[in-house]
Write a protein that binds this ligand. Structure first.
Ligand code: HEM
Length: 268
């Protein structure tokens, strides 16, 4: 994938190297932001393509999985529609701001539940190599050179962390957040889509947790929100149920042969 992406993107990177893009005709795109923010040694086709892959592929898969979940559970469509519309209505010219996306807690919860059940990584995340001997507080010794990882997928399906973990509950994290608020009287970020903690590891953990997760959350909310505002969403083949995912060694991919039906809403 990296090689193919490099091939497609090479002319774009070449333009930037030959300074054909000046301050005056700079595109306002992620390709350009990443280029501008990179040091000279990172301005290779390979490195720049890798960043674009890291940014686009997991987001596209998350969007597809969430769309399949929505098509299979249309009862969530009016809930998401109502929330998206009321948050947009409260914004100037009905254009949602970054803060407004933070108020879409039901859509946020739906995305997180979709990710809990069908994350990108099948087995682990938070993969690290120990660069020195490490002794943890509980006595665990991690020798220099060992590779460690966290079983993110199975933690997400563990009933000691999540009640009825096999059940898709699109409002699970919204309700947990509400309960936390009622208990403490303070808003909590613990159950947000972008939260990383011991039971939510699909964006990794610690200092190197995914830096693009806030951007991904906005893209996904905008995509799903606009989609449900304009269309009714249904499974193509109801009898088959929610499309199964493909498992390829360490990854879970949405089935690219499956489709959903989008019907334009009347009067929209
Ligand atoms: C739903 C979408 C996404 C998912 C599930 C995802 C997941 C991940 C995961 C699991 C890691 C490894 C973190 C760790 O080892 O602790 C990671 C790293 C990274 N992600 Fe994302 N990501 C997503 C979207 C994005 C986007 C949109 C961008 C850029 C705009 C991005 C940029 C990166 C970068 C640069 C790293 C490497 C960070 C480092 O090593 O310091 N990701 N992502």
């Amino acid at each position: 994938m990296k090689a193919r992406m490099s091939e497609i993107m090479a002319p774009e990177f070449a333009k930037r190297r030959k300074a054909k893009i000046s301050e005056f005709n700079k595109p306002n795109t992620m390709l350009q932001w990443v280029w501008d923010d990179s040091s000279e040694k990172d301005r290779t086709d390979e490195h720049q393509s890798m960043i674009q892959i890291l940014a686009t592929v997991p987001t596209a898969f998350a969007a597809t999985q969430a769309l399949f979940d929505l098509a299979a559970r249309p009862e969530y469509i009016p809930i998401i529609r109502e929330e998206f519309e009321s948050v947009c209505d409260s914004c100037e010219e009905k254009r949602p701001t970054k803060e407004a996306f933070g108020k879409m807690t039901k859509l946020d919860s739906f995305l997180k539940e979709s990710q809990r059940i069908t994350p990108l990584a099948l087995v682990v995340s938070f993969k690290r190599e120990a660069l020195e001997n490490i002794d943890l507080a509980d006595g665990t010794h991690i020798p220099k050179g060992s590779h460690i990882a966290a079983p993110s997928y199975h933690i997400g399906l563990d009933e000691s962390h999540f009640s009825s973990p096999e059940t898709f509950d699109g409002l699970r994290f919204h309700n947990l957040q509400q309960a936390e608020f009622e208990r403490t009287g303070k808003p909590s970020t613990k159950y947000q889509y972008v939260a990383v903690n011991e039971t939510s590891l699909h964006f990794g953990y610690g200092l190197q947790a995914c830096p693009g997760r806030w951007f991904a959350a906005i893209v996904l909310k905008l995509l799903l929100g606009l989609l449900v505002m304009q269309f009714d969403v249904k499974l193509m083949d109801k009898g088959e149920g929610r499309p199964k995912s493909e498992i390829d060694r360490f990854f879970i991919y949405p089935d690219s042969t499956k489709m959903v039906v989008l019907r334009k809403r009347e009067g929209v």
